[in-house]
Design a protein around this ligand. Structure first.
Ligand SMILES: CC(C)(COP(=O)(O)OP(=O)(O)OC[C@H]1O[C@@H](n2cnc3c(N)ncnc32)[C@H](O)[C@@H]1OP(=O)(O)O)[C@@H](O)C(=O)NCCC(=O)NCCS
Length: 163
């Protein structure tokens, strides 16, 4: 597939987009842990997401290519902090390995810059090989999580490379 059009971003509507964002969130859980046995459930997720959308509307977005949803990001810069956090980073299966994840990261960096964050942190499952490779390719580096940990912490400076 060759894609030349640019992505647009819109804030998630937790009611109108409920089915889509729950499916994406569930799929990201399976990608992370290999099964959905640790999935928290749609209701709990939507309640949590509603609060995040209210607090960080420009951080909780769907990446759109025309009418098609390409991906979903849930980003935040908690008040008073200069470290941004990635809660969810997701590209729909049919759009993977086409550079969309990398393109979405430009939005993420701009979002963090706008809110004066100079560092980005996230947690990733060490068994999620594609996500690890993806984040390392963007310059994230491991800053926490012992060997055998369920999640490891990655970080990078905004607009720069890892520490
Ligand atoms: C991880 C994810 C966001 C990557 O999105 P993507 O759009 O496929 O990534 P891109 O096409 O922009 O890839 C950028 C670079 O990341 C690396 N990469 C991405 N996917 C990879 C894979 N499956 N295997 C190896 N490297 C990979 C490559 O270096 C790639 O550059 P290249 O294509 O020039 O080699 C996507 O696979 C995804 O949504 N996975 C499920 C959800 C998830 O695990 N999210 C992260 C944890 S919450």
């Amino acid at each position: 597939m060759i894609v030349t059009a640019s992505l647009t971003y819109r804030t998630i509507d937790p009611i109108a987009d409920a089915a889509l964002v729950v499916a994406n969130h569930h799929d990201a859980c399976v990608a992370s842990f290999g099964s959905d046995c640790s999935y928290e459930g749609a209701g709990r997720y939507l309640t949590w997401l509603g609060g995040k959308v209210e607090e960080f509307p420009e951080g909780c977005v769907l990446a759109m290519l025309g009418d098609a949803c390409v991906g979903q990001m849930e980003l935040e810069v908690p008040w008073g902090l200069n470290t941004g956090y990635v809660n969810l980073y997701y590209v729909m299966p049919r759009f993977r390995r086409l550079g969309f994840g990398r393109r979405m990261h430009r939005y993420a960096e701009q979002y963090f810059r706008n809110w004066e964050a100079d560092r980005i942190e996230l947690h990733v499952s060490p068994t999620n090989g594609p996500a690890m490779d993806f984040y390392l390719s963007l310059g994230y580096r491991r800053v926490g999580g012992d060997r055998g940990a369920r999640l490891i912490k990655l970080a990078k400076t905004v607009g720069g490379n890892a520490e």
